[in-house]
Design a protein around this ligand. Structure first.
Ligand SMILES: CN1c2c(nc(N)[nH]c2=O)NC[C@@H]1CNc1ccc(C(=O)N[C@@H](CCC(=O)N[C@@H](CCC(=O)N[C@@H](CCC(=O)O)C(=O)O)C(=O)O)C(=O)O)cc1
Ligand SMILES: N[C@@H](CCS)C(=O)O
Ligand SMILES: [Zn+2]
Length: 763
């Protein structure tokens, strides 16, 4: 039985890659230095996996920014707006084009927007969306997967190159224009894929992993046909290729036959998300196919329950024999932190229930050793499992009792929206097209350093608080000078919009170095929910009240919603997720009430991850959405009609969930729309969404400063889609990743654009 890891984290155990890339962008280090760090990180991963005893060690799971973008560059899927830049930087080893596609490019007389970015399935990882159009001609460009395979070989390590499979690549992208069908596109891409696979084979690769996570989603018959066509064509062109067709994040369900019919030598399945699929697969597996069992959870940080895993593995052995089985993690370990050994401050009781990437790899090999008779490993594991089940740290009867007592009235505002809107307009007295921001302002090195100093003990809590108050004061004045209508305090006291709340709630613990890549060089440190959640005391009221005391303009209270806290944490797996979400909702509800009592008239409860949590299968979606909406409503419905509730969402498509967005009944929703040129707003228009809406007018992921005319045009477009009195003006998302100069310029342009549009509509 071979052991198989579908992918490993790449940011570096001490975030070395993040630092190297950011220093390269800032001109502080050379390309050679960035490449050196990258090579060191790859080598560390490969040797670590080899030492652990893994047979199928992934390569090409490394990326400077994103693996989907890597594939775009490799196959030449480059939007026409980058062509001139491509010619300017003709040297293939120059990463200027690569980073420009990721981050936009606004220098040397170029002004090019980045590729759109969106969620990778139901994860907090974001990928860059490939743009396909009829004019593109595809060909192989700098195939990094070949280079990395050879690099590993030169280190004496034979790896398994990992590529996104042709259909998942195609389905993760957007076809621009009506003159290119999916099948035409596939016809153009396939020869280049084949050429790429042939190059890998020529370089000596044996197993090649093709990731096809779309196989766990609902597929049309056209797409199923394309799957057949693509894989048959590849197999005919390269009959000796050993393809490990890899699925994850769910079960194959109605795509089981399809997945088994595709000519691949092995199929990887996720038995953490969908253990029930094992029986079907074992019964239907063709005799010449191998099955890779993903039994160790690649999406969470809990220790593997060996007894449960062994039951699945033994069943598979009994049916098809050890030789036809591979054993591994459910998906790439990209979604978990590197190494639990680095966590010296974790409570030892909770720590013994956990496993990070390095420990998960060890779990895979341990399972194999137990199968060959090493029972000691099993005994330790059983002790950890039973300690967790019986720990008194987990259960709080008062929380469970409060949850049981929730009534429908607790999830409903007192009056319907039109009544609330009238009241709020008369109190807030805002102009048409009111301007606001989404909450965070630049988290400068100085602000982050303050927190680092506080942690190290080199400054006192008093100094920290005074310096944060100073940052808030400056930011309130900056916003007043810019002429914004509804202000924010800037979120300077927060390391992260979820971790900050996790640190203050009971039932959570948090790590020192549990970083996980979110997009590009941006990482998050998800807190860990291990038990019943409760708010011991107010979390944000002091900062919000202070900010409000500085100005006569409304300052939005700023909270993270229950579904987003759930989605961006590592969640306990001993009760249904939605039960945890409702506990979180009660904690946020208490905070909302305290903010209102403190005189905050506008309160924003962010739910950017509401869509991320959507089940991948349509049949399970409405149940999830009903519960998610209920959790949001429970969190906010405690307020009076006069208090304006905002919510915010980014990285979301709204077409298929718009009725649930409406059911959230937030007085104002701000959304990310600029990268898609307001395309996302059409869902709101088609549904005649009744409440107020702030479609983002500029992309905050890029340092690029949008011009007044550009934002004005977007607002005019919004005005054709929504009632004028309902439109707010704001960026796509928070500004924490930006620098102050570009932020001020962009916001000044945004306020001018709003003023121009006000004038235009009043004439
Ligand atoms: C809105 N988004 C978020 C998502 N998920 C979250 N959990 N949070 C989000 O905000 N998902 C969707 C999007 C993804 N977007 C982002 C945007 C920005 C970041 C980001 O900026 N990440 C930071 C790390 C943030 C943080 O926790 N900072 C801490 C520690 C900072 C640090 O590195 N300190 C240094 C010392 C100080 C220094 O020299 O700078 C150190 O420890 O070495 C803090 O501020 O205290 C990032 O840099 O990646 C993430 C997702
Ligand atoms: N209030 C948060 C929302 C991010 S999705 C921010 O502004 O950063
Ligand atoms: Zn956002």
């Amino acid at each position: 039985m071979l052991t198989n890891i579908p992918g490993y984290p790449r940011i570096g155990s001490q975030r070395e890659l993040k630092k190297a890339c950011e220093n390269y962008w800032a001109g502080k280090i050379s390309l050679e230095r960035l490449e050196l760090t990258s090579r060191q990180l790859r080598k560390e991963n490969w040797t670590g996996l080899q030492t652990a005893g893994i047979d199928l060690i992934p390569s090409n799971d490394f990326s400077w920014y994103d693996q989907v973008l890597d594939m775009c560059i490799t196959l030449g899927v480059i939007p026409s707006r980058f062509k001139a830049l491509q010619q300017t930087f003709a040297n293939p080893s120059c990463p200027e084009l690569y980073f420009a596609m990721a981050r936009g490019y606004q220098k040397n007389n170029f002004d090019i927007t980045a590729l759109e970015m969106t969620k990778w399935f139901d994860t907090n990882y974001h990928y860059l969306v490939p743009e396909f159009d009829a004019t593109q001609e595809y060909s192989l460009h700098q195939p990094k997967c070949v280079a990395e395979f050879k690099e590993a070989l030169s280190e004496g390590i034979h790896t398994k190159p990992v590529l996104i499979g042709p259909l998942s690549f195609l389905l993760s992208g957007k076809i621009k224009g009506d003159d290119l069908s999916m099948s035409q596109l596939l016809e153009k891409l396939l020869p280049v894929y084949i050429q790429l696979l042939a190059s890998l084979q020529q370089a000596g690769a044996t197993w090649i992993q093709l990731d096809e996570p779309f196989l766990v989603t609902d597929l049309t018959s056209e797409v199923k046909e394309l799957y057949h066509h693509a894989y048959t064509t590849i197999a005919q062109a390269l009959p000796s290729l050993k393809i490990l067709l890899t699925t994850y994040f769910g079960g194959l369900e109605d795509n089981t036959t399809l997945a088994l019919e595709l000519p691949a030598q092995a199929l990887h399945i996720d038995l953490v998300r969908a253990p029930e699929q094992l029986d079907t697969l074992l019964a239907a597996l063709p005799e010449d196919k191998l099955l890779s069992l993903g039994v160790v959870d690649g999406r969470n940080i809990w220790k593997n329950d060996y007894a449960a895993s062994l039951q699945l593995i033994r069943k598979a052995i009994a049916k098809i024999g050890e030789d036809r089985l591979l054993l591994g993690t459910s998906c790439s370990l990209l979604h978990v932190p590197y190494n639990l050994e680095d966590e010296t401050a974790l409570d030892p009781e909770i720590r013994q229930w956990m496993a990070f990437a390095k420990q998960k790899v060890a779990e895979v090999t341990a399972l194999k050793r137990i199968l060959s008779g090493d029972d000691t490993l099993l005994i330790d594991n059983e002790a950890a499992m039973s300690a967790r089940k019986t720990s008194i740290r987990i259960h709080r009867p008062d929380v469970k009792k409060r949850l049981k007592g929730i009534t429908t009235a607790d999830t409903q505002r007192h009056s319907i929206f039109p009544h609330r809107q009238k009241l709020q307009h008369s109190i807030l007295q805002l102009p048409l097209f009111p301007t606001t921001t989404i909450g965070s302002f630049p988290q400068t090195t100085e602000i982050r350093q303050l927190r680092a100093d506080l942690k190290k003990g080199t400054i006192t809590e008093e100094t920290y608080q005074a310096d944060i108050r100073h940052a808030i004061t400056e930011t309130i004045y900056r916003q007043e000078n810019l002429g914004l209508d509804v202000l924010v305090h800037g979120e300077f006291e927060r390391n992260d919009m979820v971790e900050y709340f996790g640190e203050q709630l009971d039932g959570f613990t948090f790590t020192q170095n549990g970083w996980v890549q979110s997009y590009g060089t941006r990482c998050v440190k998800p807190p860990v929910i291990f038990g019943d959640v409760q708010r011991p005391k107010p979390m944000t009221v002091g900062w919000s009240s202070f900010a409000q005391s500085l100005t006569s303009k409304p300052v939005k209270g700023m909270l993270t919603g229950p579904v987003t806290i759930l989605q961006w944490s590592f969640v306990r797996n001993d009760q249904p997720r939605m039960q945890t979400a409702m506990q979180l909702a009660l904690a946020i509800r208490d905070e909302v009430k305290d903010l209102e009592d403190a005189g905050i008239t506008v309160i924003q409860v962010d739910e950017p991850a509401l869509r991320e949590g959507l089940p991948l299968r349509k049949a399970q979606r409405s149940a999830y959405l009903e519960q998610a909406v209920k959790a949001f409503r429970l969190a906010v419905s405690t307020v009076d009609d006069a208090t304006q509730i905002h919510t915010h969402m980014c990285y979301a498509e709204f077409n298929d969930i718009i009725e649930h967005i409406a059911a959230m009944d937030a007085d104002v929703i701000t959304i990310e729309t600029s990268r898609s040129q307001m395309e996302l707003l059409e869902a709101f228009a088609n549904f005649r969404y009744p409440n107020e809406t702030g479609p983002g007018v500029y992309d905050i992921h890029s340092p690029r400063v949008p011009g007044v005319a550009e934002m004005e045009a977007l607002l005019h477009k919004a005005a054709t889609l929504l009632p004028l009195r309902n439109i707010w003006v704001n960026p796509d998302c928070g500004l924490k990743t930006r620098k102050w100069p570009e932020t001020e310029l962009a916001l000044r342009n945004m306020v001018t654009a709003a003023k121009n549009v006000r004038l235009a509509v009043s004439n």
